[in-house]
Design a protein. Structure first.
Length: 536
């Protein structure tokens, strides 16, 4: 159904009409789906009191979810998916998909549509959210304090679609909501993080389990791994990984833009970074195999222009350890989406450093950071024994403050080094992966802006920045991002590379006067801009 959405150019969408193969009429599967979606939100319409708010909402939804409107809203979803490619469009069929997921996609499509106003979209968001939370099995289990990890169940695909629906809702409520809706998303994010752990999204599907992908397992590849590759299992594991990474990116964005403490230790995610766009967007098994390199170097070069061209991507924790230890990142080791994730992981560390520096908390994830071997070793004068005795040439005791300072200093030094190595890798890869006239469309492919933002954050000495209220901090960071993008645009012109999508964020997004901060209302279409505006 979505086979006409994407070309092989990274993040690009062609103009081929979608859904042309569906005949509108009584047998139209989307007509049946529309009725199913209304029933999903209102399972007992006959019980609604005539004239009640619920009855009016039912009638409004029934009038809204026609087959033609459903087709339209799902078509508009491509604008968001170009920024955050979490759903595998070549294999996605809305007629068979989870009802909550389709409704969440409809909500996002409505943001980009001219058929609903902002208030109507927010009404739909609230209605869909209530229906999804009422129906989601994984949500209910976590809310009921089910602490056992379910892992990969027989209903794994259904579980993942439930999680995808929740992820889209969180994105909507954070970036397209009122102050109350944003607060709700921040308050609820811990539950989404627990759901990710509950369905074992932080690790690849183990070998021997249904859906296990040979190219997503840790360790080195051998001939048996390559021969065991199947498109179906690759899609299932890659989808799971992309769901987890979008959850992580929401977490990191809450840290960066709203002064919220991270829910994840960046080293607990044991997944390979996202595969190249050309492999993810491939419409057939053979095209995917070529883009991955399973059919040889020449076939891969024809299909995969902008990727890393690796059969298996670096693991996130592996890449972070490399960045923190220093050295040389071989050219083309990562694709642009992977770099975007890595710079956000470094941002989480920057926030931890600043929180500790300004007395807002200790370094709760420092143990994982240290045990990973990512940090540089302490010098002889910096070492402190486990019993608190400072080995610095005297017999004095190191106070907790001294220990925290040493930890913070060590982490700061490693983080600055990681940032510089990340920037060097970006500068080396851009001319090769995105030569002149090669577009780079999508927010998740624009990591360089966040490098400069991290450098600004590291230099920040104002205590009030790190204790600012969420919406106030959100305005501050977006103002900084506007300054950064001017510099990046100028630098991109000089280097002859594409501007990227952050350049096209509308200046009116998040712009209010000081006395309006308490009622800040956002429009996501101005942030993750439509393809017609960001394709250039």
């Amino acid at each position: 159904m979505f086979s006409g959405l994407y070309s092989n150019a990274s993040g690009f969408v062609d103009t081929t009409p979608i859904f042309d193969n569906w005949a509108v009429g009584p047998s139209d599967p989307l007509q049946n789906k529309a009725g199913t979606l209304v029933a999903f939100c209102f399972p007992n319409p006959s019980m609604l009191a005539p004239g009640s708010n619920e009855a009016r909402s039912h009638d409004a939804l029934k009038g809204l979810l026609t087959a033609e409107n459903l087709k339209h809203f799902l078509g508009e979803y491509k604008n968001y998916n170009s920024h955050w490619p979490m759903i595998h469009m070549p294999s996605f069929n809305p007629a068979d998909a989870n009802d909550g997921l389709v409704l969440a996609m409809v909500c996002i499509g409505a943001v980009y549509s001219d058929r609903l106003g902002v208030k109507e979209v927010r009404w739909l968001m609230e209605l869909v959210r209530a229906s999804i939370l009422r129906s989601s099995q994984v949500y209910k289990l976590v809310i009921r304090n089910a602490h056992d990890v379910v892992g990969v169940s027989e209903n794994s695909s259904q579980d993942i679609q439930e999680v995808q629906a929740l992820v889209l809702l969180h994105s909507l409520f954070v970036w397209h909501g009122t102050q109350k809706q944003r607060q709700q998303a921040r308050d609820d994010f811990g539950t989404l993080a627990e759901i990710a752990r509950y369905v074992e999204l932080l690790n690849p599907i183990p070998v021997g389990y249904p859906g296990s992908s040979s190219l997503h397992q840790p360790g080195h590849l051998d001939e048996n791994d390559i021969n065991a590759w199947t498109w179906d299992s690759w899609i299932e594991q890659e989808t799971r990984g992309r769901v987890m990474y979008l959850i992580f990116l929401i977490d990191a964005s809450l840290v960066m833009f709203f002064n919220v403490q991270s829910q994840f230790d960046i080293y607990e995610i044991k997944l390979p970074l996202p595969a190249d766009d050309a492999a993810w967007e491939a419409r057939t098994q053979e095209d995917c195999a070529c883009a991955l390199g399973l059919r040889g170097e020449i076939a891969q070069m024809e299909k995969n222009i902008s990727g890393s061209r690796h059969l298996k991507q670096l693991g996130m924790s592996e890449a972070l350890r490399f960045l923190h230890r220093g050295g040389e990142f071989p050219q083309r080791s990562t694709n642009v989406y992977a770099k975007f994730i890595l710079i956000h992981a470094i941002h989480v560390q920057v926030s931890m450093i600043q929180r500790q520096t300004h007395g807002l908390g200790s370094l709760p994830n420092y143990g994982a950071f240290s045990s990973s071997g990512a940090s540089t070793p302490l010098s002889q004068s910096e070492r402190t024994s486990m019993d608190g005795t400072a080995s610095n040439g005297n017999s004095g005791r190191a106070t907790p403050t001294d220990v925290h300072y040493l930890q913070s200093h060590q982490m700061l030094r490693a983080t600055v080094g990681a940032l510089e190595l990340w920037k060097k890798a970006w500068d080396l890869d851009m001319p090769v992966q995105y030569p002149p006239n090669q577009p780079r469309v999508g927010f998740c492919r624009d990591g360089v802006h966040f490098y400069f933002l991290a450098m600004i954050f590291l230099r920040s000495t104002r205590h009030e920045d790190w204790v600012a209220l969420p919406d106030t901090r959100c305005q501050q960071v977006f103002n900084l991002l506007k300054q950064v993008r001017t510099h990046v645009a100028s630098d991109s012109v000089q280097k002859g590379i594409d501007f990227g999508s952050v350049t096209y964020v509308n200046d009116s997004y998040n712009r209010v006067t000081d006395d309006e901060v308490a009622d800040l209302t956002l429009n996501m279409k101005l942030l993750f801009t439509p393809l017609s505006q960001s394709s250039h």
